[in-house]
Design a protein around this ligand. Sequence first.
Ligand SMILES: Nc1ncnc2c1ncn2[C@@H]1O[C@H](COP(=O)(O)OP(=O)(O)OP(=O)(O)O)[C@@H](O)[C@H]1O
Length: 256
Amino acid sequence: MALEFKGVSKSFNLDTGQELTAVRDINFKVEKGEFVSVVGPSGCGKSTILSMTAGLYQPTTGEVRVSGELVTKPNPHVGFMLQKDLLLPWRTIIKNVEFGLESRGVPRAQRRERAMAELERCHLAGFENHYPYQLSGGMRQRAALARTLAIDPDIILLDEPFSALDAQTKLLIQNSFAETIMEAGITTLLITHDLSEAVIMSDRVLVLSERPGTVMCEMPIDLPDRAHPLKRRQLPEVHQHAAEIFTLLRLDQRAA
Ligand SMILES: Nc1ncnc2c1ncn2[C@@H]1O[C@H](COP(=O)(O)OP(=O)(O)OP(=O)(O)O)[C@@H](O)[C@H]1O
């Protein structure tokens, strides 16, 4: 099992002295190589779930396990990627990809080789000596993915990695991420507000309730072409799944 949440709740003590329960009684499992998306209303605790997986926060009750091991501190086997690429502007792309390897003490020649392989896998060969400002938003996100994969994590956490991209770039980068992730065979947890994105990219979608968030529904996405969301997008089932999630989240009632 790549990831397991067992009876997890998380409360924060606010400065006002009040306690805020972000998530409650979260239970789910993610198999090795599975791609799972998490959707839910704003503030329902999606990022809190990622932070607990990475070991940045500890659950108030319950347990989180990555590759069977209890997460009790920041976990070096978890790769985290955010909406903003967070590439270091003063470093070339390859030096950015090498960053995590450097901090793990990987020798220079090995670092270079690993980083080049990841850049190739993320379709960025030829751009290794460019600086982040010389790349488009989509390319920067691909570089950030290369950096995340370079540390050979057990699982990667993607927190809305496509939300700052324009609509067309988004489709292309979703496709490129899906291909790379499938090829790497890596377990992935994606947070998104885009319901269609969740359906076209995932094996399964977890739908959370309003805060305190809990898993309302686990929706399996039994559709072909997980590595090609552009193709999947054409399937009528995608719209049916997205509509079901829309209803679960009662988005129509909220708009009214
Ligand atoms: N460190 C913290 N201290 C206090 N409250 C926090 C902390 N981190 C998160 N929260 C609160 O926990 C709740 C869940 O936050 P979280 O960011 O996990 O939600 P989210 O579903 O990712 O939200 P969004 O979709 O808006 O990004 C929010 O009410 C937030 O204010």
